[in-house]
Design a protein around this ligand. Structure first.
Ligand SMILES: Nc1ncnc2c1ncn2[C@@H]1O[C@H](COP(=O)(O)OP(=O)(O)OP(=O)(O)O)[C@@H](O)[C@H]1O
Ligand SMILES: [Mg+2]
Length: 243
């Protein structure tokens, strides 16, 4: 439905160097260095509080960083690049309006989609029959699906998904995973966080493993699940506490 939209220059490779983030006195992210190539699905893994959500927020420029650089195909973030990135939050933020109006609201006038196209997207996430329902009355999982549909409206080149299926039932989980794979096939780069190792195995081509604000591993997903390089990742996969 969006195939005709003209794309600006590619955002990849995304090269992150020496990225640090300090909030109060806490080092939330510590000298992160990684490279994300085109058309990848990257899963960001790590225990609660490791810095995964903050990492996504720094990538889309929501949070000012203390030091370091994030380059998108050799460019620093600017308004044009920002328009190509969509972040779906761990906790959805929806307007006090209907499902349909939540969709309409994100669109700028110039790329206004027809009502039919909005309905197609709602259908894709299984929410078309809820179009007139106040968005805040949706269940947690339904809100998450609406947030994803809203993000897809702007047809971003880079999709950042923070635990996109955390509250979803098995049917909806499959639905969202299929959308993620499909969007990746269409050329989007997707970076997602998840605690669902099955999901990381099903979707990810690459893994970024975080612990205590540090990126301990960037590995091809198959190798990561065969044998992670660090003891921390091994413990995490096996459900052991990391001290
Ligand atoms: N505004 C803030 N000020 C200070 N510390 C913060 C702030 N927001 C988050 N933190 C801290 O930053 C750390 C990383 O948080 P983040 O939300 O990125 O973790 P996470 O890896 O996404 O965890 P989870 O798996 O629970 O979602 C946590 O220790 C958190 O307490
Ligand atoms: Mg998080």
């Amino acid at each position: 439905m969006f195939e005709n939209k003209k794309k600006s220059k590619s955002l990849t490779p995304i090269v992150i160097s020496n990225l640090s983030l300090l909030l109060g006195k806490t080092k939330i992210l510590n000298k992160i260095k990684c490279k994300i190539y085109n058309e990848s699905i990257v899963a960001v893994l790590g225990p609660n509080g490791a810095g995964k959500s903050m990492f996504l927020k720094t990538i889309n420029g929501l949070i000012g960083i203390e030091s370091g650089k994030i380059n998108f195909n050799s460019r620093e973030i600017n308004d044009n690049i920002r328009k190509e990135i969509a972040l779906v939050f761990q906790k959805p933020t929806l307007l006090r309006r209907s499902v349909f109006e939540n969709m309409q609201f994100v669109l700028e006038k110039k790329n206004k989609l027809s009502n039919l196209e909005i309905m197609k997207l709602l259908q894709r996430v299984g929410l078309d029959t809820f179009k007139d329902k106040p968005a805040r009355l949706l269940s947690g999982g339904e809100q998450q699906r609406l947030s994803l549909a809203r993000a897809l409206l702007i047809n971003p080149s880079l999709l950042l998904l923070d635990e996109p299926t955390a509250n979803l039932d098995p049917y909806s989980l499959n639905l969202i995973e299929e959308i993620i794979l499909d969007e990746n096939k269409k050329g989007k780069t997707i970076i997602l966080t998840t605690h669902d190792m099955g999901q990381a195995k099903r979707l990810a081509k690459e893994i970024l493993f975080f612990n205590k604000g540090k990126l301990l591993e960037q590995t091809n997903a198959i190798n990561f699940f065969k044998k992670p390089k660090t003891n921390e990742a091994q413990s995490y996969i096996n459900g052991k506490i990391l001290l």
